[in-house]
Design a protein around this ligand. Structure first.
Ligand SMILES: [Zn+2]
Length: 378
């Protein structure tokens, strides 16, 4: 499963020998038989293009170019001969054999097709998946059974099941019956209390972003009464579902709620962006200004319009990025042309801990921002 720890370890990778690192992101989604042919053809075309251009962009020595060609060959062979989708919708492989790095990762969500060669792993597409999803704790419960799941980015795993023997209530009337009813209600409340405690324990241990609850509408007030306030504050939403539902169905319902949460965040951001740019507060817009604040490490969130791309220049010494400066404004050495400065900006933002967001084209705020905007830390 794709975790924060994995992202951190890739970010921490360094290779003193300056060997090229290859980072592949491949969309392997699609249920039909032609999907395999499609993504293999896509990879072949990316391998061809990268082999033809990367050595020049990165000003590689003959040895470095040789190492890169070997990495690309191995990668092509792996995808064709060894990789099995087994339900994955995205594939990431990051490799630098000379430095002992080979990291393959199956993803539950598709990724845009990209093949990078650089001196470090390119992790922005993974960081963006993190930015677009929430680590979810999912509690599915009825009167006698509770199931607890962890869901993230198209993957789900079931962690705990709590089963309490609560006898079914039969309505037969009479004094004896009302006593039985009270006893039954107490048992249900006890079960829900145990479910709440177990969920709280799991939630705190794993450090989730929020909780989603699968429960019948008529039982919800009962759970709400006993649910710990810490969990109540972190509810993203709830849905009705059968207690025996398959994990795929639980994931689909939880993801729909997560999606609404993310969409609301995007709308809020776009609503505040226009006025903030006009006031010159908290945000900068436009590639030139965004690169400047990235170089100052002041970016909290980098917002890019889908499809926005440009070329620019990067400094291999101090990692400064500029749109057009031929000499690095920070350290004064010659900068090097970059074919995709927007992706370089996303990578730089990721490495300074900023969140990445990509928004659909067509919003007035992003038009005003010129396709790219940065929310500032200070
Ligand atoms: Zn520099």
């Amino acid at each position: 499963m794709f975790t924060r720890k994995l992202l951190n370890s890739l970010q921490g990778f360094t290779n003193s020998g300056e060997l090229p690192v290859v980072s592949l992101y491949l969309d392997v989604s699609g249920a039909d038989k032609s999907a395999k042919n499609r993504y293999e053809a896509q990879l072949r075309s990316m391998l061809r293009e990268t082999a033809g251009t990367a050595a020049e962009w990165l000003q590689m020595s003959r040895e470095q170019k040789g190492a890169m060609m070997e990495e690309l060959d191995t990668l092509g062979g792996f995808v064709q001969m060894e990789f099995r989708r087994e339900g994955a919708r995205g594939l990431t492989v990051i490799s630098c054999h000379g430095a002992g790095l080979w990291q393959e990762l199956r993803l539950g969500v598709p990724v845009p097709n990209r093949l990078f060669v650089d001196w470090e792993p390119r992790i922005a597409p993974l960081a963006e998946i993190r930015g677009n999803h929430r680590d979810l704790c999912v509690l599915v419960t009825n009167k006698q059974t509770s199931r607890i799941f962890h869901a993230f980015a198209g993957e789900i795993s079931e962690r705990t099941e709590i089963f309490d023997c609560v006898p079914k209530h039969h309505d037969q009337g009479g004094w004896e019956q009302s006593k039985l009813q009270r006893w039954h209600d107490l048992e249900v409340r006890e079960h829900l209390k145990r479910a709440s405690d177990a969920t709280l324990d799991f939630f705190r241990r794993e450090g989730f972003d929020g909780i989603v609850i699968g429960i019948a509408d008529e039982l919800w007030p009962e759970l709400e009464r006993v649910l710990h306030p810490y969990l109540k504050e972190r509810i993203f939403g709830r849905f009705a579902i059968d207690i025996n539902a398959g994990s795929g169905e639980v994931l689909a319902k939880a993801s729909a709620i997560e999606n609404m949460v993310i969409q609301a965040e995007v709308h809020e951001l776009l609503d505040s962006l226009g006025p903030a740019l006009e006031a010159g507060k908290h945000y900068v817009g436009g590639l030139d200004d965004v690169l400047a604040v990235l170089n100052q490490r002041r970016v909290d969130t980098l917002v890019t319009e889908e499809g926005f791309a440009d070329s620019g220049r990067r400094c291999f010494s101090c990692h400064s990025l500029t749109w057009s400066e031929r000499t690095c404004p920070s350290c004064g050495i010659d900068s090097v042309a970059s074919p995709d400065i927007v992706e370089d900006a996303r990578e730089a933002a990721t490495r300074q801990g900023a969140r990445l967001m990509t928004v659909e084209p067509g919003s007035e705020a992003m038009r005003q921002a010129g396709g790219v905007a940065a929310r500032l830390r200070y």
